[in-house]
Design a protein around this ligand. Sequence first.
Ligand code: 13P
Ligand code: ZN
Length: 279
Amino acid sequence: MKNYTDLPYVREFVRLCDIGDRQGFHERNGGNLSYHLSDAEIRASRPLLRGRRPGPWTDVDPKGDVAVPSLGGHWFLVTGSGKFFRNVSWDTEASVALCELDESGAHYRVLWGLRDGGRPTSEFSSHLMNHEVKFRASGGAMRVIYHAHPASLIAMTYVVPLTDRAFTRALWNTMTECPVIFPEGIGVVKWMVPGGREVAVATSKLMERYNNVVWAHHGLFCAADTFDNAMGQMETIEKAARIVMMILSSGRKPLTGITSEGFLAIGKMYGGKIPRRFL
Ligand code: 13P
Ligand code: ZN
C-alpha cells in the first residue's frame, strides 16, 4: 500500500460521501462525517504519514469551551468545514482532515488533509461529544457519526410536534422495518444555532438514549458502528419521513396504521427493546 487514501477506512469514508451526494443529502457544503480510528487503524496509518509535519495545535471549538477528555490522544478522520461532499472522492486531500486530539481532548492537530487550508467541520464539537458518548456506551464499537440535510425529514420538523415521541411514532408507523432499525426511537433537538457547544451538548445528551437525533429545521445526526449502518439509518429515516409527508399531503385521514401491540411484537421478534414510553 502506497497512499494514505488506500486504507480501507479511508475508502469507506469516501464511499459514504459519494453515496450521500448521490442521494441529494448534501447541497453545497451541507452535512459532515467523522470516523473514530481504532488502535489498529492508527498503527496502519502511521507509516503512510511519514515525512509529513503535523499542523499546529488548535482549539476543538473556536470559542475554546469544548473538551472530550476521555478521547484524549484519539484520532479522527473528519470532513472539512465548507468542503463539499461531492468533492471528497475528487480531491480527498483537500476535503478531509485526519486529526489527532491532545491528552486534554480540547485541542486537535491535522496530521493529513486540508491541503489548501481550513479547519474540520463547524460541527466538530457535536461530532466529538457524540463520539465520547457512543464510545463509552458501546464499549468502542460505535465509530461513525454522520450529519446530513435530508429534505423530507426537515419538512417533517415543520408539521410534526418536536418531541421524541411524536417523531418516533410517526416514523415507526410508516414502514414495518423502522422499529427493527431504530427500536430505541429517535431524539429531537429543537431549533438551535448550529456549530456551537450548546447544540453539541443537547445532541450528545440525546445520544445517550438514541442512535439518531433530528435537528429541527436543519437535518439529522446518525451514530453507527459501520459506514454502511450510518448511511442505512440516514436513508431509512429519510424514506420514512418522505412517506409521512406523502400521507400528510394526500389530505386524507389515514384509515389504518401499526398499533402499539404491533411495535411490541416487532421488538420481540427482532430483539429490539421498544421503550414503553412510546406505546
Ligand atoms: P460544515 O461545512 O462546517 O461541515 O457545515 C455544514 C453543516 O451542515 C453545518 O451544520
Ligand atoms: Zn448541517
